[in-house]
Design a protein around this ligand. Structure first.
Ligand code: BDR
Ligand code: CA
Length: 310
């Protein structure tokens, strides 16, 4: 099985990604590392454990990471995810406690202790923990197999400002460090996730086919899509983070191209924008595989089938 670490700020869609990974034997989830993002760390580190408990996968450890971005104050997204970050699910204190130690140290040690290239990082929130690990231990850059992340946007624009997507906007300095690291990066921007809509018929299929965890996911998606339906006028909301895990399982569902991606960290107007050289008009180094299209039917078939196994 492919070894992954999921860095996350749950988030209903993060929860979907965690469940998809937990249900898939092709993946060995070494740990979840929590980061502040959609809601403060206090909640994301609890939510991560709660989701694993719901899946019956509390064997996967959860480490707490950064409480705030590298250089900025935290910006959260309660208006999208609710006060708890995962509104739609019944909240309780999960029985299994956090693992000892800081998420950043766990990431560094796991990468050093495993064979070169063995670990894939899957960041689903602001890139603070990943950037901190790279800063603290630059030697790990050459040992990370790949980073597959949700973040950014180009033709689709942004979702927190007209120019920026939330994960990149919250910690643009961290994103800059990651994109300049030389590590193989695959990115799922809003251009992809806005094509993966949680339509009513899809949520209905998830509920009908699955057991309790799938039902809880359906509840969360119903909460989540309320916001998006109002906002985007679409049938259902975009299911962002599970695209990262789906890419690991079935890359043939996705297409994109290798481009140069730079992060705007200075301009007030376009802070956190992912400047993607899709048409290759600069000579700048191609540093990321930028995904633009998704077979959304195939994606939801996979999502529903896997979650139904839990
Ligand atoms: C990203 O921001 C969060 O609200 C979601 O969990 C996703 O990771 C989408 O912009
Ligand atoms: Ca997220």
């Amino acid at each position: 099985a492919r070894k992954i670490i999921i860095d996350t700020d749950p988030g209903q869609d993060d929860a979907g990604a965690i469940m998809l990974a937990a249900a898939s034997p092709e993946l060995e989830v070494l740990a979840l590392t929590a980061v502040a993002g959609n809601v403060p760390l206090e909640l994301t580190k609890r939510n991560a454990r709660l989701i694993l408990d719901i899946c019956g996968r509390s064997d996967i450890p959860v480490y707490a990471g950064a409480e705030k971005p590298l250089k900025r104050d935290l910006v959260t997204a309660e208006e999208v995810h609710g006060k708890t970050g995962i509104d739609g699910v019944e909240i309780y204190e999960p029985p299994v406690p956090l693992a000892d130690g800081h998420a950043v140290d766990f990431i560094i040690e796991a990468i050093r202790d495993n064979e070169k290239g063995a670990i894939t990082l899957c960041p689903l929130g602001p890139l603070t923990n990943i950037a901190m690990a790279l800063q603290k231990a630059p030697d790990i850059a050459g040992r990370i197999g790949e980073i597959v992340l949700m973040g950014g946007g180009f033709f689709e624009g942004g979702n927190i400002t007209p120019a920026a997507e939330f994960n990149i906007y919250v910690d643009p300095e961290a994103a800059e460090i990651v994109f300049a690291s030389g590590i193989k990066i695959t990115m799922m921007p809003l251009d992809v996730t806005h094509k993966a809509l949680t339509r009513k018929d899809r949520i209905g299929r998830l509920r009908a086919n699955g057991g309790k965890p799938a039902g809880i996911m359906a509840d969360m998606l119903e909460y989540f899509e309320r916001f998006d339906e109002q906002k985007y006028g679409t049938d259902g909301g975009p299911l962002h983070d599970p695209t990262v895990i789906a890419y690991l399982l079935k890359p043939e569902l996705f297409s994109g191209r290798e481009c140069n991606v730079e992060i705007e960290t200075k301009s007030e107007l376009t802070l956190g924008m992912t400047v993607i050289d899709w048409w290759r008009v600069t000579g700048r180094k191609r540093n990321a595989m930028v995904i633009r299209d998704i077979d959304d039917e195939g994606f939801f078939d996979l999502f529903i089938e896997r979650l139904s196994r839990l």
